[in-house]
Design a protein around this ligand. Structure first.
Ligand SMILES: [Zn+2]
Length: 288
C-alpha cells in the first residue's frame, strides 16, 4: 500500500495483515498483491539455541525478502501474514519446547489459510519455511496442492527446493571442513543465530562436541533424536559457528524467497524438490 510509513529506521514499513481492516484488504489489487506466510515450528535446537530458531529465521528472512522484492517492483503490495509457529517435528519431540502438529493438521492449516484469502480473489502466496523435515514439507505441499486445485491460485515454497537440491553446499564459502554432516542446531544454524540474535545464543556452544548422524537415511525416518542416541538435540559441530557465515546463509534465504517470488510473477518455471525427495515424501504414509 502506498500509505506505508517509515518505522524510524529508514526502512519501508512492512504491510502486516493483522494491522489492516477488511476495507483496506478489499481495496488491494488482486493482481499485484502477494502474501508471505512465515511457517515453522517451535523446536528444540540443542542446549544453546532458542526453540524459535527456524520460526525467527523464516520470519526475518520473509521481511527482508519483502523489502528486496518491493525495491525491484514498487507496484506490488506484499502482505506479511503473522508467523505461524507450527510444524511437524516428530524427530525433536522428545525434548521440551518442541511443538509438533500432525501432517494432516498442517495440510488443513495451509489449505484453509490460503483458501480464506483466495475466496476474495487473492492469487499469490509464498510459504516461507526454514524447517526442512520431510513430514513438515509433506503437510505443506499437500495443503498447497489442495488449495491450488480448488481455487486456481499460485502457492510456492522456495526453501525446500534450494535445500534439497543441495544449493547450500554448491554455493557456500569455503570453511575448511566437511559441511555435509551439519544437520541440526549445527555449524550452519548456530552461525545464523550468532549473526541474527547473538544474545539468544548460549556461549556454551563453544564447548559442544561435534556429533554426527545421517538423518536422511531411511532407517532413521520416523525415529526421534533420543531413539538414535542424540541426547543433547544437535547434529553437527556448533562450536565452529561463525557469524560471517551466518550473514551469508541468511542472505541466501532472503534471496531465495525473493527470487522465487519474482519468478512466480514473471510466470517462470520455479525450482522443484528433486524427484527422489518427492518420492520419499509421498512414501511416508505411515507417519501421521
Ligand atoms: Zn532449524
Amino acid at each position: 500500500m502506498k500509505s506505508a510509513k517509515n518505522n524510524g529506521k529508514n526502512e519501508a514499513k512492512i504491510v502486516q495483515l493483522e494491522e489492516l481492516s477488511w476495507k483496506q484488504i478489499n481495496s488491494l489489487d488482486r493482481k499485484k498483491t502477494i502474501f508471505f506466510i512465515p511457517f515453522s515450528p517451535l523446536e528444540e535446537h540443542g542446549p544453546h539455541l532458542p526453540v524459535g530458531t527456524d520460526l525467527l529465521t523464516a520470519r526475518d528472512a520473509a521481511k527482508e525478502a519483502i523489502r528486496l522484492v518491493n525495491k525491484k517492483k514498487q507496484e506490488l503490495t506484499i502482505v506479511l501474514f503473522p508467523p505461524i509457529p507450527l510444524g511437524y517435528s516428530k524427530m525433536a519431540s522428545d525434548f521440551p519446547g518442541t511443538i509438533s502438529t500432525s501432517i494432516k493438521t498442517l495440510k488443513t492449516i495451509v489449505s484453509d489459510v490460503c483458501s480464506s484469502l483466495a475466496r476474495f480473489g487473492f492469487k499469490y502466496f509464498v510459504i516461507c519455511t526454514f524447517h526442512m523435515d520431510l513430514g513438515h514439507l509433506k503437510g505443506i505441499y499437500s495443503g498447497m496442492s489442495k488449495a491450488m486445485k480448488t481455487h486456481g491460485i499460485k502457492i510456492i515454497e522456495p526453501w525446500g527446493p534450494y535445500f534439497y537440491n543441495k544449493e547450500v553446499e554448491k554455493r557456500e564459502p569455503q570453511v575448511g571442513f566437511d559441511t555435509k554432516k551439519e544437520v541440526h542446531a549445527c555449524f550452519r544454524e548456530t552461525s545464523l543465530m550468532n549473526y541474527q540474535y547473538p544474545y539468544l545464543v548460549d556461549p556454551s556452544y563453544k564447548n559442544l562436541q561435534s556429533i554426527y548422524r545421517d538423518l536422511y537415511s531411511p532407517r532413521v525416518l520416523g525415529k526421534t533424536f533420543k531413539d538414535i542416541g542424540i541426547n543433547e538435540g544437535y547434529v553437527g559441530s556448533p562450536a565452529r559457528a561463525d557469524s560471517d557465515y551466518g550473514r551469508w546463509y541468511f542472505q541466501q534465504i532472503v534471496e531465495t524467497y525473493a527470487q522465487a517470488t519474482l519468478d512466480l510473477l514473471d510466470g517462470k518455471k520455479l525450482p522443484e524438490l528433486p524427484k527422489k525427495t518427492q518420492l520419499l515424501m509421498r512414501s511416508m504414509f505411515w507417519i501421521k
